[in-house]
Design a protein around this ligand. Structure first.
Ligand SMILES: Cc1ncc(COP(=O)(O)O)c(C=O)c1O
Length: 390
């Protein structure tokens, strides 16, 4: 840990734990102490740790061919594209390496569509206050939180911020300079705040009438996390573009943006690309993820586990808990009277890893495969810690 401080830039407020291994949804530190994992690496390790089928797929692929340029075809990328587009009801995919890159690609695609059809003065994109879309210069500016718009000037132009769940505010900003809107069905980093269904439906139908593209940022919410293949399904709307990352790779870096038929031919050879994106090892693993997650029985289990966790936390009757919200296994517990980091630190000491979101929310993003036994152990620790601080 001293060498970490010496050799690695100090951009993360790391906790004092060095994790060494994991099994199921339990992590072990260097001394063998177990921790129930309600983080899954911020929504990444969807199949937990040591999943046999995923391991067989990635190691088998690494033995055969670990990487080849996107100038050639590889089977895992094609198989994944078919499964992913079908699961999302979309037409085509582009693979990259992270959520920010997926959003960058989605933004490029939206702007190119508008440029081809309307020329150069229709490039603005509406994003919502409280959103989070990534850490690149463009996606930081797309993020609707002022605290991210510092230091790194000049940022990319062309983002307009609208109040979440305020349709009047949206239409006041959706003038003829706007080509797209980006929505997170549940704002994750912003505090686990689900958007209102009526609001999203009104925005989507306004966008259809005005040829404004609807982009869903599904980086955190996608691939089963909310109990649906993709979170947009909760709103019964059809986006033009979605961005995906995190849980798709189950722990290996992969992202993607997907589009509908309207956009399938917008990006032509040479207009977008990546060295690593769609890597055969990552895509072979992601195929296993989709095979496991994208079916009714699995998605139902995610919904039920989420409901169980929410009900259990409610039954604690803790005076610190102000609100319990979220969808599926993306859960936010708004707390009052104590900073999330106090609770997170005490949970960690007692063997439970949890996250925060916004300034006053505890966030749970456990592996989608977490067992009820592990959930109960984790909630037992949370109950004890909340009791100690009440
Ligand atoms: C909704 C959303 N979009 C984009 C990102 C950025 O993803 P990445 O960190 O993989 O670049 C995140 C990461 O937390 C996210 O939650």
């Amino acid at each position: 840990m001293d060498k970490d401080k010496k050799y690695i830039m100090d951009t993360y407020a790391r906790h004092d734990v060095l994790f060494d291994s994991g099994l199921g949804s339990t992590l072990y530190d260097k001394d063998g102490k177990p921790y129930i994992d309600f983080t899954s690496g911020i929504g990444v390790n969807s199949l937990g740790y040591g999943d046999k089928a995923w391991l067989a797929a990635i190691t088998g692929q690494a033995e055969k061919l670990q990487h080849i340029s996107n100038l050639y075809y590889t089977a895992p990328q094609i198989i994944l594209a078919e499964k992913l587009t079908e699961a999302a009801g979309m037409k085509k995919a582009f693979f990259c390496n992270s959520g920010a890159e997926a959003n960058e690609g989605a933004i490029k695609l939206a702007r190119k569509y508008s440029f081809d059809k309307y020329g150069g003065n229709r490039a603005d994109i509406i994003t919502l206050k409280g959103s989070f879309h990534g850490r690149t210069i463009t996606t930081l500016k797309a993020t609707g939180q002022e605290k991210f718009h510092n230091y790194f000037f000049p940022f990319t132009e062309g983002f307009v911020y609208a109040e979440a769940d305020n349709f009047e505010d949206f239409i006041s900003k959706a003038d003829n300079s706007v080509c797209a809107v980006i929505l997170e069905g549940v704002q994750g980093e912003g505090g686990v705040c689900p958007l209102d269904i009526g609001y999203v439906q009104k925005v989507a139908s306004y966008c259809v009438s005005n040829d404004i593209l609807v982009i869903f940022d599904e980086v955190q919410t996608g691939v089963g996390r909310t109990g649906k293949n993709f979170c947009f399904e909760h709103f019964s709307v059809k986006p033009d573009i979605i961005s995906v990352a995190k849980g798709l790779g189950a722990g290996l870096p992969i992202g993607a943006f997907l589009c509908n038929e309207k956009l399938e031919d917008i990006l032509q050879p040479g207009q977008h690309g990546t060295t690593f994106g769609g890597n055969p090892v990552c895509t072979a693993g992601a195929v296993v993820v989709l095979d496991r997650v994208c079916n009714d029985a699995f998605l139902k289990s995610v919904t039920e586990k989420g409901r169980y966790i929410k009900e259990e936390v409610k039954s604690f009757n803790s005076p610190l808990v102000k609100d319990i919200r979220g969808k599926g296994l993306m859960i936010g517990i708004e707390i009052d009277g104590i900073a999330p980091k106090e609770i997170i630190g005490a949970c960690l000491e007692n063997g439970l890893a949890i996250l925060s979101a916004g300034s006053n929310v505890l966030r749970f993003l456990p592996p989608l495969v977490i067992s009820y036994e592990e959930i109960d152990k984790g909630l037992g620790i949370l109950k004890k810690v909340l009791g100690m601080h009440a």
